[in-house]
Design a protein around this ligand. Structure first.
Ligand SMILES: [Zn+2]
Length: 157
């Protein structure tokens, strides 16, 4: 039995509109799934009866944490990650004058921020560490130093 995969499939049935439409790949990490589900539920409640063409455009891991990109009929947010040596800054444009979409972006951000401190495999407390050029947020048990393909298996679709 694959608990997270079942939860993800159930989510896709519940909120089918979020997972239809053009996307660039929808990868979800097991350890970050519960925060993603929370975001989907909050977005659905926010949208109410008018789903506004909302769908996930791209969900993935980048720089060691989760990224959730969306589109609606009215809005195609454009996001930039700028590394200035002191840290990473996230800039989103294209939301001016679109209050609902701004709130959706905030809900995505909450889920993304949660992934900064959770193992991508099992959700245990973790911090992002660099392994060569690769940034990974994993607990000791699931660190890339530990043999096995647990990190590869962390992705579900
Ligand atoms: Zn772990």
């Amino acid at each position: 039995m694959d608990k997270e995969l079942e939860q993800l499939n159930e989510l896709k049935q519940r909120f089918a509109y979020m997972f239809t439409g053009q996307n660039l790949g929808l990868d979800i990490y097991r350890g970050w799934l519960s925060d993603f589900i929370t975001a989907c539920e909050a977005i659905d409640a926010l949208l109410g009866n008018d789903k506004r063409g909302f769908h996930w455009r791209h969900t993935k891991e980048k720089h060691g944490f989760a990224r959730y990109y969306f589109r609606t009929d009215e809005v195609r947010p454009f996001r930039l990650s700028i590394s200035d040596g002191k840290g990473l800054r996230e800039i989103t444009t294209g939301l001016d004058g679109h209050e609902i979409e701004q709130q959706i972006a905030k809900l995505c951000s909450v889920a993304e921020m949660a992934s900064l401190t959770k193992c991508m495999v099992c959700s245990a407390p973790a911090t992002i560490q660099r392994y060569g050029g690769w940034a990974v947020c994993a607990c000791e048990k699931h660190s890339p130093d530990v043999p096995g393909d647990h990190l590869k298996k962390a992705v579900i679709r």
